[in-house]
Design a protein around this ligand. Structure first.
Ligand code: NDP
Ligand code: 2IT
Length: 444
């Protein structure tokens, strides 16, 4: 495989899409070795076929605000690859959304979904709509208009969207309501639905729970576990909430949360009513964490700073891509952090990852560690198809099993001669091999 040539071609054909280039490059350098062992991948042009999305939908999303003003946003759905199953992946509503971010997320989703062992292809979508400060009625009208642009391209056997940044149960409800009106069908086209009308128990918690299960697996390779560990977390959204809930339940002390405004440090740990308060903070639509210190005055607020300066055993970035850079990584290592686990998608820059790996500390990429969210979406699809609903204990047992399995696969392909586990390589190789074989077997 000529990585340099592939990247030059990719950059020429997709100019300016820096997040997409970053995600492809990260995969290529991990799989180069194994790829070269299978000459038939080259013969079947597997890489060329893998880095070009099957389909990119871009559509206009006009909507009216409460004052009667008309706004126009842009909607996206990148259906990247369906070799393993129907397209599957979240929708992100955030002003930063653009084609590059959609493509990087959809591309990563292919390998993440492959790792879950469930029959799921890879996709992502969303809009540059900013939900901040919008009324409930405005969110509803936006979601309805978004669905008008998307409904003909999705379906339980075609493409099954879900939530991501800015899209939770409320938005999935409005999207589903419009889909139902347009198609006259009540089916499993979206996941993350309300529990009373087709959603799966534990889907809201699943991404965060899965991350903590994965961390425990990582620590078990050092005959250790999460109990008693000091944990720093960034973000304060859905994923951060699940992480804090499970890590605290398993005996860790989570001492930070963050927003785009700065971070809060709570030396007593974020537990009990503070975890419930996270949901209030998120629902306030202000998107700042500063109010936390007014409610819990023992905590301290650091405006404009990132939580990675706080000494910890485990760091879990839960906010957004490229939020943890080389300076942050060096500081974490210097302060004795032994485990960095990505709960967000691609939160660590390539330089930061290199620092973790050179320091030989535990580091896991999002596509392995946060796969519990989409895996539980897959379990929601199964329950919808069977028209029944599993108890929380059954969903949780399946989730734990899936996370253990992903960890095993990372070990299988990521163990290095000196005993260090390269989770990045392990996840990329394990995720890639299944998709690559399927592409070859299904023909051009
Ligand atoms: P949410 O919208 O619930 O929360 C994201 C939060 O992080 C927002 O409050 C956002 O604020 C904040 N944030 C954004 N940028 C920063 C930053 N630079 N520093 C600190 N906080 C920031 O989204 P989720 O919790 O669902 O998603 C978080 C991450 O997890 C994303 O990378 C997502 O792709 C990933 N993920 C989500 C899954 C899911 O099931 N929901 C599954 C797997 C991964 P603001 O809007 O003001 O920027
Ligand atoms: O990044 C992700 O894996 C998600 N946002 C969840 C996708 C899903 O289909 O549940």
């Amino acid at each position: 495989m000529d990585v340099k040539k592939i990247m030059l071609d990719l950059e020429r054909r997709n100019p300016g899409e820096k997040e997409f280039h970053q995600a492809v490059y990260e995969l290529l350098i991990s799989i180069e070795g194994i790829y070269n062992q299978y000459p038939y991948f080259e013969k079947h042009s597997v890489i060329e076929r893998l880095i070009e999305p099957d389909r990119v939908l871009i559509f206009k999303v006009p909507w009216t605000d409460d004052a009667g003003n008309i706004h126009v946003n842009r909607g996206f759905r990148v259906q990247f690859n369906n070799a393993l199953g129907p397209y599957k992946g979240g929708l992100r509503f955030h002003p930063s959304v653009n084609l590059s971010i959609m493509k990087f997320l959809a591309f990563e989703q292919i390998f993440k979904n492959s790792l879950t062992t469930l029959p799921l292809g890879g996709a992502k979508g969303g809009s540059d709509f900013n939900p901040k400060g919008k009324s409930d009625a405005e969110i509803m009208r936006f979601c309805q208009s978004f669905m008008l642009g998307l409904w003909q391209h999705i379906g339980p056997e075609i493409d099954v969207p879900a939530g991501d940044i800015g899209v939770g149960t409320r938005e999935i409800g409005y999207l589903f309501g419009m889909y139902k009106k347009l198609t006259h069908q009540h089916n499993g086209t979206l996941t993350g639905k309300g529990i009373e009308w087709g959603g799966s128990l534990l889907r809201p918690e699943a991404t965060g729970y899965g991350v903590v299960y994965f961390i425990n697996e990582m620590l078990s390779t050092q005959k250790d576990n999460i109990e008693g560990k000091i944990v720093t977390v960034s973000g304060f959204g859905n994923v951060a909430w699940g992480v804090v809930k499970k890590a605290t339940e398993m005996g860790a002390r989570v001492v930070t949360l963050s927003g785009p405004d700065g971070y809060v440090y709570d030396p007593d740990g974020i537990k009990g009513e503070k975890i419930d308060y996270m949901l209030e903070l998120r629902a306030s639509n202000d998107d700042i964490v500063e109010p936390y210190v007014r409610r819990f005055p023992k905590a301290k607020y650091f405006a404009g700073r990132k939580p990675w300066e706080v000494p910890c055993n485990i760091a879990i970035p839960c906010a957004t891509q490229n939020e943890l850079d080389a300076n942050d990584a060096a500081l974490l290592v210097k302060n004795g952090c032994n485990c960095v686990c990505e709960a967000a998608n691609m939160p660590c820059t390539p330089d930061a990852i290199e620092i973790f790996q050179q320091a030989r500390i535990l580091y896991a990429p999002g596509k392995a560690a946060n796969a519990g969210g989409v895996a539980t979406s897959g379990l929601e699809m199964s329950q919808n198809a069977m028209k029944l609903s599993w108890p929380a204990s059954e969903v949780d047992a399946r989730l734990q099993h899936i996370m253990q399995n992903i960890h095993q696969n990372c070990l299988k392909y990521g163990l290095e001669p000196d005993g260090y586990i390269n989770y990045l390589k392990g996840a990329n190789v394990a995720g890639f091999l299944k998709v690559a074989h399927a592409l070859v077997e299904q023909g051009v």
